[in-house]
Design a binder for this molecule. Structure first.
Ligand SMILES: [Zn+2]
Length: 498
């Protein structure tokens, strides 16, 4: 970094670390070249620290803003409910150095500095909701991880955690892809090890069919609590035949949707797969990429770096005859059957938005538990999309002969429910119940086909959720302008200089 650039970053960081902003700015972070070693500096009103993966953090002043990096923090779930959306001093930031460094690893797309909202910050003027995610903190980064069926070696709830980037390599391995004998992991297109590892400590091979299910934004703790309380009988059916990690799977940073769908389905960290955020800049083209929208999801292959293969490509290389399916999911390259591929082939520029009129009526959905939620446009859209998703899955699983070797099935209504009300809210819990009913229809199909004992199922999400405080408003735009530094704050929170 040039001296001028360094001064500009420091000026922005100093401004955003003003105690007057500490209610909305959790911390800021930027990359640093320290004697040729790549590191990250984190800073807020209470202090600053320099981070290098695998080494103790170096406190530069005051206290370390990411002093607690325990991925098992706020467990059991009652501990989280007792201190929801905690301030920086009581919060935890798992794998802080590694996750932040990866965000800054893309030469064309990484921001110069990143700003984290406090969990309580409410910013509807920039698209913020009552429930939010995107942060580095443990609760927004904690997705559930449940494994069920033949080969699963955990039983019930176990006090463990994994990473979301482990999910894809695990599914691919279960579907027949072998790790490299050289480095023991699945490989990218150059033979280099992927970041995620195969979770063979929780599951073994042997199932004839592999199914991965993603409930977008499903809050890990509340999913397990609601299941234990008897409100999610079909998740309970899965749990009876396997187990779940109470620490779930830690998302990549930022804990946003398409960034993590991509890490899940490639096993690659953010800086390698290139889908850096929902909204980011590409300096090489000058393009402002809005990756997470019904009108743009189908363009995912334009943004994901081509040298990180998806699990569908991995399976196709290992087993050319195997059929794979990717339902309602943008990160689909190489899948035999794919919803987004149909949309691309239709030539409709508006992607899935153009198909809205073809989707079933939400009010007629047999899986919708509470019609009052149709007052929320996103909940309504997600109900329709998820009904279409289930229709596709049941179509693929019409018979054992037609069933794909690997099925990936993404659903959205849990994200809608958690955005609308935040975790543990009635609408979030109803979104779980709706998804559970769709899951039940699929599990009934497996039972009817007599194949339940031959299918291994993994249930996860792409991030967690925390509740915002509607009284905690305001922004940092004016403060950024006061620095006089020329910059573009995309997101907001992704700061590009110049
Ligand atoms: Zn999401």
């Amino acid at each position: 970094m040039s001296a001028g650039r360094e001064r500009a970053v420091q000026a922005v960081a100093d401004t955003l670390s003003d105690p007057a902003l500490s209610g909305i700015v959790d911390l800021v972070a930027w990359p640093e070249n320290d004697d040729g070693r790549r590191g990250v500096v984190v800073m807020n009103a209470t202090g600053a620290a320099r981070l290098h993966p695998g080494e103790p953090d170096e406190v530069l002043s005051g206290r370390n803003p990411v002093a607690n990096q325990d991925p098992m923090a706020f467990l059991p779930t009652a501990a989280e409910a007792a201190d929801p959306s905690p301030p920086n001093e009581r919060n935890a930031y798992p794998y802080a150095a590694e996750r932040l460094l990866s965000l800054f690893a893309d030469p064309e797309r990484s921001p110069d500095l990143v700003v984290l909202h406090t969990p309580r910050h409410y910013f509807p003027e920039h698209g913020g909701h009552r429930g939010e995610h995107g942060s580095l903190d443990v609760i927004q980064s904690r997705a559930p991880l449940l494994l069920s069926g033949p080969g699963v070696t955990i039983d019930g709830l176990v006090a463990e955690h994994a990473r979301l980037r482990d999910v894809g390599p695990t599914l691919a391995w279960l579907a027949g892809v072998d790790p490299s004998p050289v480095h023991g992991r699945l490989s990218d297109a150059h033979g280099a090890p992927l970041d995620g590892v195969v979770l063979d400590r929780f599951v073994g091979r042997g199932a004839r069919w592999v199914v991965g299910i993603l409930w977008d934004g499903a809050h890990c703790g509340d999913l397990l609590e609601q299941t234990a309380a008897g409100r999610l009988p079909n998740v309970a059916r899965l749990l009876e035949r396997g187990g779940a990690l109470t620490g779930g799977a830690v998302a990549e940073f930022p804990s946003l949707t398409l960034t993590n769908h991509t890490s899940i389905l490639t096993g690659a960290a953010v800086g390698r797969h290139g889908v850096l955020s929902n909204l980011f800049l590409d300096r090489s083209t000058g393009e402002r990429i809005d990756a997470n929208d019904a009108t743009t999801w189908h363009r995912w292959p334009e943004w994901a770096r081509p040298d990180v293969p998806t699990i569908f490509e991995q399976v196709a290389w290992a087993r050319p005859d195997a059929v794979t399916a990717c339902v309602n999911e943008p990160a689909d390259r190489g899948a035999t059957h794919s919803t987004m591929q149909l949309i691309r082939q239709s030539g409709m520029n508006d992607g899935s938005a153009a198909l809205a009129h073809l989707m079933p009526d939400a009010a007629a959905s047999p899986y919708l538990g509470n019609r009052a939620h149709l007052a929320d446009d996103y909940y309504t859209w997600a109900t329709r999309a998820d009904d279409v998703g289930l229709m596709q899955v049941l179509g693929l699983w019409e018979s054992a002969a037609s069933a794909p070797a690997l099925t990936w099935w993404a659903s959205a209504v849990t994200d809608a429910g958690h955005h609308a009300g935040g975790p543990r809210s009635p609408i979030a819990r109803d979104s779980f119940a709706d998804s559970d009913r769709r899951l039940g229809a699929f599990l009934d199909r497996l039972d009817a086909l007599g194949v339940t004992d031959d299918v291994v199922v993994l249930l996860t999400a792409d991030h967690g959720f925390e509740g915002a405080d509607p009284a905690r408003t305001g922004g940092w735009d004016q403060s950024l302008r006061s620095t006089g530094v020329a910059l573009d704050d995309v997101g907001p929170g992704f700061v590009y200089l110049g």
